[in-house]
Unconditional design. Structure first.
Length: 94
């Protein structure tokens, strides 16, 4: 029987998590080695996503020029609706 090593990690504090996600996203899209010509990112809604977008916007050094952003909203509300994920994302991230 083959033994499988499983790495156990402690769940990070919320702000540590957002910081790590920001680091990973920045490393991918700001890479100067031009691994890809374009990147795609799907943005969703919800309170956790909103907190992440607000954190990403703080002192942001993300170069989104090569990134196509897509918005998801399973409720199919209009962009003008105050409850739309698009409206929340634009207000929180930009």
């Amino acid at each position: 029987m083959k033994k499988i090593n499983v790495e156990h990690k402690v769940i990070m504090e919320e702000m540590q998590y957002y910081h790590k996600v920001k680091e990973v996203i920045a490393a991918i899209i700001n890479a100067e080695d031009d691994i890809q010509e374009r990147y795609s990112c799907l943005l969703t809604g919800g309170s956790s996503a909103k907190k992440l977008y607000q954190y990403l916007a703080i002192g942001s050094s993300l170069n989104l020029i090569k990134t196509t952003l897509y918005f998801s909203d399973e409720r199919c509300v209009s962009l003008e609706n105050a409850a739309s994920n698009y409206t929340m994302t634009v207000q929180a991230l930009f």
